[in-house]
Write a new protein. Sequence first.
Length: 169
Amino acid sequence: MIYKGADIAEMTAIDIEENRLLRVKENLARLKLSAKVITADAASQDWWNGKQFDRILLDAPCSGTGVIRRHPDIKWLRKAEDINKLTVLQQQILKNIWSLLKPGGTLLYATCSILPEENIQQIQQFVSENNNAKLVPITNEKTDIGWQILPNEQSMDGFYYAKLEKTIT
């Protein structure tokens, strides 16, 4: 989902799979929010109207290893080559979506993965390749490269979050 302004003046949600957008619409209705909902590929810009966003939440496609306690079949369904394909896709989406963010804007990168190559390594590589990307600490740790939650911490699934700010150049 993509948010604009502190009070969410407008919101756009995109997903490549229409069935996931049905749940987005249900949640928007439940929360009494509205959004432009678009079935589209986040790795492309064919859906974009050219207006840059103030804030972006990128819930990246991932291995799902963080939800393995609720979906144990992930152990047998995921293969090493799947992870490689996912990290390439994540890079493509992150690069594309970053170009849609206004200078001074914020991007929150999120996965339900516990794998470093989908999380910390992905963000470290992105920041090293983009001089206008600044990692913003989420936790109070001095080595904050995002926030990794492991399965069963605080009775939660595993998730990773990294907050990036697009610097004004």
